[in-house]
Design a protein around this ligand. Structure first.
Ligand SMILES: [Ca+2]
Ligand SMILES: [Ca+2]
Length: 168
């Protein structure tokens, strides 16, 4: 099971939401838990290409718009690399083949969300992680995301989007 208060879960749940909900969800987060479940169920049905009730890594990568070669390409342990900025100065960049690159993010999503460890994400597993994100955003705990809570959650998703966008 998940540990709802652990930091990694709270950080990664929005990444999974972003991964599974795509741009539409980022722009229009469901207002209630029930709304979230329903959007996820619809999205899940579309992403589960072989209709086996689970999202494998290839289906998840496809849902994210990632190239299939992502799943097989060489991986590095280093999260960051030094490279040269356009102005000639040295800078620290995200290593696209490292743990903060897209393949690494996919690994983190599976590590956190695949609760039974069968290598596939069931709808229940996806919804469980989404609930962690919802509850983190629902600051007054009334089960509804009001405008301020939605705006805060979208800023969080936007940060993750920037990270993912730079990690490919
Ligand atoms: Ca599947
Ligand atoms: Ca599973």
């Amino acid at each position: 099971m998940f540990h709802g208060t652990s930091r990694p879960a709270r950080c990664l749940a929005p990444a999974l939401l972003l991964a599974l909900g795509g741009p539409a969800m980022a722009q229009e987060l469901p207002m209630t838990r029930e709304g979230l479940d329903s959007v996820l169920a619809q999205y899940f049905a579309g992403a589960d290409r072989d209709h086996d009730g689970k999202l494998d890594r290839a289906e998840t990568a496809t849902a994210l718009g990632y190239a299939r070669q992502l799943l097989t390409e060489r991986r590095d342990a280093e999260p960051f690399v030094m490279d040269v900025a356009p102005d000639g100065s040295a800078r620290l960049s995200i290593n696209r083949k490292g743990p903060l690159g897209r393949a690494g993010m996919l690994d983190m999503v599976f590590a956190r969300a695949d609760a039974d460890g069968d290598g596939g994400l069931s709808l229940a597993e996806v919804q469980a992680v989404a609930h962690i994100a919802f509850d983190a955003a629902d600051r007054d705990r009334d089960g509804i995301l009001d405008d301020a809570e939605r705006a805060a959650a979208q800023r969080h998703v936007g940060l993750l989007r920037g990270l993912l966008g730079g990690g490919g």
